[in-house]
Ligand binder design. Structure first.
Ligand code: S3P
Length: 447
């Protein structure tokens, strides 16, 4: 009999997750589902709030991040039903109708909440807003949205260096053509949302294509949008009212990524992850894992509410090293921590470059992954903009820390499955930001 333990010690201060794989015979099998896509969940709540009429959302992620978005928009007058129900409804208040909240808006840990919301707040003339977040969010750069919004005429105050808390005095903005120095869906979406209320054409051009969920959903809600894929440009023409829609949120490929890598590296595994969003701007993980010779098949491809969806089947195989860089980076930006775990188990040296953005995510993901995987016996070097990981050193259980970053917590739990002995992950509660039942699914797949 295979005995495996996953033990969650929950205290008032933090969760400590202990993962003890069996010495032999662990194989991950079965069919699982992952929670709703985080990016689509945020956008469905926001667009629902500023549309006319009712938006119905099926499959909304119940993680901490969308809860922060819902709380902010409730504070500005949108009627959002109990999130813990199968179908969440948002009674929209209409474009330009967000009310001035009577308290500080709290975006929690969520970069998407604060950055996208800023585009809306800045374009509400005559209203005042203040926004903050947790310690991680208050240390993340906001200049990337403050600067283009200021070019549009926004009035924004911030801490020295462009950090939250932020204060906004809404204005009638003027349209711009913004050449973004970074491929960021949060920056692009912020400007497009500001453009909704701005007379004329507001354009954003990115150096490489970032996720396009905003474009898809804005169109579905009735915004006037044109996209030029050749130049990675999107233009919104302001003034068109949005109409509430039915949104079906697919499973999050960024959450599925943990099981794709787990299934690939734990020998004898055969896992199917059902109903995963496979929007081409998000499937860089599938390309990277294919280059590493992972055995992943895409089954039952279909389109659901304007987003491509499929079931993903992964069977274990020996992985080989690859290079991950360039335009692929924005298409797998959130999957680099778990790809580092795959690389630690692959033959040869994997090089990840052009990923300096990871230093300003929920944690400095390059530094944290390098330090934590080193504790587990992996051979890796931290580069200014990436990681160099030489696979094949046997992993050993260790005491590691999520640094309050959800994707780090989950990546380390997957690494623990192929490590000898106990791995103890401090501050594992971070997983609930994007994957509230991660530990439950881990227990299920371990059998
Ligand atoms: C997101 C965009 C990405 C991603 C984040 C979600 C979004 O951030 O890392 O988890 O929903 O727009 P950047 O736009 O900063 O790359």
């Amino acid at each position: 009999m295979v005995t495996t333990t996953v033990f969650l010690n929950r205290t008032e201060k933090q969760d400590v997750l202990t993962v003890t794989p069996p010495t032999t015979g662990l194989a991950l099998r079965g069919q699982i589902q992952v929670p709703g896509d985080k990016s689509i969940s945020h956008r469905s709540l926001m667009l629902g709030a500023i549309a006319q009429g009712t938006t119905q959302i099926q499959g909304l992620l119940l993680g901490e991040d969308p809860r922060s978005t819902a709380a902010c928009f409730r504070a500005m007058g949108a009627k959002i039903s109990d999130l813990n129900t199968e179908l969440v409804t948002v009674e929209g208040i209409g474009l330009g109708q967000l009310q001035e909240p009577i308290d500080i808006l709290d975006a929690g840990n969520s970069g998407t909440t604060i950055r996208l919301m800023m585009g809306l707040l800045a374009s509400h003339p005559g209203r005042y807003f203040t926004v903050t977040g947790d310690a991680s969010l208050r240390s993340r750069p906001m200049s990337r949205v403050i600067k283009p919004l200021q070019q549009m005429g926004a009035q924004i105050w911030h801490r020295q260096g462009g950090f939250a808390p932020l204060a906004v005095q809404g204005q009638s903005l003027k349209p711009i053509h913004y050449q973004s120095p970074i491929a960021s869906a949060q920056v692009k979406s912020c400007i497009l949302l500001a453009g909704l209320m701005t007379e004329g054409e507001t354009t954003v051009t990115e150096p490489a294509l970032s996720r396009d969920h905003s474009e898809r959903m804005l169109r579905a809600f009735g915004a006037h949008l044109t996209v030029d894929p050749e130049t990675c440009s999107v233009t919104v023409t302001g003034g068109a009212p949005l109409q509430g829609q039915s949104v079906i949120v697919p499973g999050d490929i960024s959450s599925a990524a943990f099981w794709l890598v787990a299934g690939a590296i734990v020998p004898g595994s055969d896992l199917t992850i059902q109903n995963v969003g496979v929007n081409p701007t998000r499937t860089g993980i599938l390309e990277a894992l294919a280059a590493m010779e992972a055995d992943i098949t895409l089954e039952n491809p279909r389109e659901v509410a304007g987003e491509p969806v499929a079931d993903l089947r992964v069977r274990s195989s020996s992985l080989k090293a690859c290079t991950i860089a360039g335009d692929l980076i924005p298409r797998l930006i959130d999957e680099i921590p778990i790809l580092a775990v795959a690389a630690a188990m692959a033959k040869g040296t994997t090089v990840i470059r052009d990923a300096a953005e990871l230093r300003v995510k929920e944690s400095d993901r390059l530094a944290v992954m390098a330090a934590q995987l080193t504790r587990m016996g992996a051979t890796l070097t931290e580069l200014p903009d990436g990681l160099e990981i030489t696979g094949g050193s046997p992993l050993v259980g260790a005491e590691v820390d999520s640094f309050t970053d959800h994707r780090i917590a989950m990546s380390l739990a997957i690494a623990a499955l192929v490590a000898r002995g106990n791995t103890t992950i401090q501050r594992a509660e971070a997983a609930a930001i994007s994957y509230p039942d991660f530990v439950g699914t881990l227990q299920t797949v371990m059998g």
